[in-house]
Structure formats: C-alpha cells, structure tokens
Write a protein that binds this ligand. Structure first.
Ligand code: NAD
Ligand code: GLY
Length: 361
C-alpha cells in the first residue's frame, strides 16, 4: 500500500493505492459522522458495492445506483442523488462516496459541492482513467446538451482510495483509454516515466499487478504535483490537456459513441507531437517513439477516416482553451517538456490537419 498527498493547505488529502482496499478501513477513516451515501452505477454495484458496504457496518449507509454511461452525466441524474439524500435525511455532516469511473466520480463530486452548499466526499475510482486522472484534482461536473463538463465546480475530495484489484473486470478498451492518460504524464512532464512505459507497456496491457501499481502511483504523483501548483487551471494545469483539443474534436465528430475519450486523446497526443515537430520544437525521432508507444498500448494513432481538416478547425474553435479568439494548444518541446501556447503559425496548423486527414482518407 502506498500513500501520496495532494498538497492544498487545509484541503489537502491522501491518495491510497494498493490491492484489496475496498473493504479496508480507509473509507471509514474519512467519514466524518454517521451518515454515508454511496453513489455508484448499475454496472459497478453488482461487482463491488457489497465490499464497500462491508467496511462501513454500524453507520447509516444509503446507496444510489445510477444508470451507466456518459449520456447520463446530466443535471437530471444529479437530481436523483439529491432526491436520495433528502429522502434519507442526510445532514450537512454526511459523506458521499463515489464508487465508479470518471462519470460517477465527476457527478458525485459535483453533487457533494452543491448539497447543502457542500458536504464531504470520497473518491473510489474503478477505471484506470479515473484512478490516474479524474479522481484526483477536484474537477467535478455534468454535461449540458451544448457541451461536455460545462456545469461544474472545483471541489476536492477528502480522500482517494485506489484499489487496483478492481481493474481485473475492466473491459480491454477501457484499460487502453486509461493507459493513454498514463502516457500523457510521461509526455508532459516525466521523461523517465516515458522510458519506463516503453519497457513495461506489455506488462501494463497484461494487467501485471506490480506494473499497474507503479504506473498508477507515478501518474497520481505527477497529477498531485500539478494540481498543488495550479488548482484552478490558471497556468500549468492546462498541460494535463495534451492531445485533448484534437481529441475532443474527434469525440464530438463521432458523436461521443464510437471513440472512448482516452482513445481520442491518444490520437490527439500524436497530432500535437507531429505539430510540435512541424514547428521544429520536437525532433522527428521523438514523434516516432510516441507513435510506437501508442501502438504498443493498442491505441489509435490517427483520427477516423471520415474527418476532414475543416471539421477539425470548427470543432477545435469550441475548445475551453480559446482565449480572446486565440486557440492555445498544449505542445511539446521534448518528451517530458510541454508548453501551453498560442504562439504558433496558424498556416502550419492547417497544413498538419490536411496532412493527417488526407493520410487517412
Ligand atoms: P466511465 O465512468 O463511463 O467508465 C467506463 C465504463 O467502465 C462504464 O461502463 C463503467 O460502468 C465501467 N466500469 C467502471 N469500472 C469498472 C470495473 N472496475 N469493471 C468493469 N466495468 C467498469 O468512464 P471513465 O473513462 O472512467 O471516465 C470518463 C469520464 O471522466 C468523462 O465523463 C470525463 O469527462 C471524465 N473525466 C474527468 C476528469 C476530471 O479531472 N474530473 C478527467 C478525465 C476525465
Ligand atoms: N484532467 C484534467 C485536469 O484534471 O485538469
């Protein structure tokens, strides 16, 4: 078992990482009073809810089981959580527990931020993506029909409890989507970790327990450092979005149904790397290394053949990193060295989009 700390003054919190932590006393340790509301979904409840309940005997524990899927990450699903809390008379001292992937975690965190103007919550992430990214850092949100994660709050959990055993039941594609975010940390700020991933990718894909714990711990350490530096994304936290501007365009173009977020980020990271090379910021051989690692991870390395350069342009203009009409991109000046910048030649971006789309289509 390993413990990291997210250092945010009086809102600091631990991240516990290890096997079989679900029914350990780590959850209970961070429950303030006698009431707990576990929020999970219909896929995860039959697999893991009993284990979490076993660790909380003697308390008033209620559960709300949501439908599964990104399309339910809405204000109306949030009401289901508030209804349950009110029906069971949960007080301001209650603790919400998010048991699930990023969808459950983001919604539960936002519910905790709003219920009675803010109650405690604990993250128990069950996907690799949630374990290495969404459960840490306090970004909480629901989607609006006009945009993903458009309604939310920065609201930190009291603890993050990462039980690596739950990854045994994770579908293959979901594992790959999480690995994309793991690779991201190597690319944006941890070149040594990138080297490690090149050697150990096969072990990760085979769910080797030791490799998974190492990759999760190193990813969370990187994320915790970035969040501690820039909790509300005024600067360096934006580097966590490497590949996301291109990736979001792919997700939107494909209706959020064909590609998983991490898959789109994988292809997007390679586009960001190729563009960085076009700008002479990144040596070509490093682009080749990145492409090889994504392939080893079974991640896509190009956008879908149906996408055209103009469509990329339109969708990228909707990115949250557009400031005063200027699109800022996360780009690479080397493996392990990222920058957020609008200081690039826009014609070269057009050239990249045409090249990548034509290569495909
Ligand atoms: P998800 O929550 O939809 O989970 C993916 C699928 O795996 C779901 O069907 C889920 O029920 C299932 N599942 C979860 N754990 C399982 C397990 N152990 N065994 C079997 N099945 C399991 O998707 P996700 O990739 O975890 O999260 C994506 C969401 O996270 C998006 O809404 C995205 O916006 C958000 N996100 C948030 C942040 C943040 O900083 N808050 C960062 C990245 C992504
Ligand atoms: N996943 C991006 C962030 O937490 O900032």
């Amino acid at each position: 078992m390993q413990t990291l700390n997210v250092s945010l003054a009086d809102r600091s919190y631990p991240i516990y990482i290890g096997e079989d932590l679900l029914s350990s006393d780590y959850v209970r340790r961070h429950v303030r009073a006698r009431q707990v509301m576990i929020v999970t979904n219909e896929m995860i409840a039959p697999l893991y809810l009993e284990k979490v309940l076993a660790g909380l005997s003697g308390l008033q524990v209620d559960t709300v089981v949501l439908p599964d899927g990104e399309r339910f990450k809405t204000l109306s699903t949030l009401e289901t959580i508030f209804d349950a809390l009110l029906e069971k008379r949960h007080a301001r001292t209650t603790t919400l527990v998010a048991l699930g992937g990023g969808v459950v975690g983001d919604m539960t965190g936002f519910a905790a931020a709003c219920y009675q103007r803010g109650v405690d919550f604990i993250q128990i992430p069950t996907t690799l993506l949630a374990q290495v990214d969404s459960s840490v850092g306090g970004k909480t949100a629901v989607n609006h029909p006009r945009g993903k994660n458009m309604i939310g709050a920065f609201y930190q959990p009291k603890a993050v409890i990462i039980d690596t055993s739950v990854l045994a039941t994770l579908p293959e594609r979901e594992l790959g989507a999480g690995i994309a975010e793991v690779i991201k940390y190597g690319l944006i700020r941890d070149a040594e970790f990138f080297d490690w991933l090149e050697v150990n990718m096969q072990a990760l894909r085979e769910r080797n327990a030791e490799a998974l714990v190492y990759a999760i711990e190193r990813s969370c350490r990187n994320k915790a450092e970035v969040v501690a530096d820039d909790e509300t994304e005024q600067g360096v936290r934006a580097t966590l979005n490497l590949g996301h501007t291109f990736g979001h365009a792919i997700e939107t173009a494909t209706g959020y149904s064909e590609w998983l977020h991490g898959e789109a980020v994988g292809a997007g990271m390679l586009m960001a790397a190729a563009f960085s090379a076009d700008l002479q910021w990144l040596p070509e051989e490093q682009v080749t290394r990145i492409e090889a690692l994504l392939k080893l991870a079974h991640l896509p390395t190009a956008p879908p053949p149906s996408m055209k350069a103009g469509q990329f342009r339109e969708l990228m203009a909707l990115d949250k990193k557009v400031h005063d009409g200027q699109l800022r991109l996360v780009l690479l000046k080397g493996v392990g060295h990222s920058v957020v910048t609008a200081d690039y030649d826009d014609n070269k971006l057009d050239e990249l989009l045409h090249r990548v789309c034509e290569a495909e289509g």
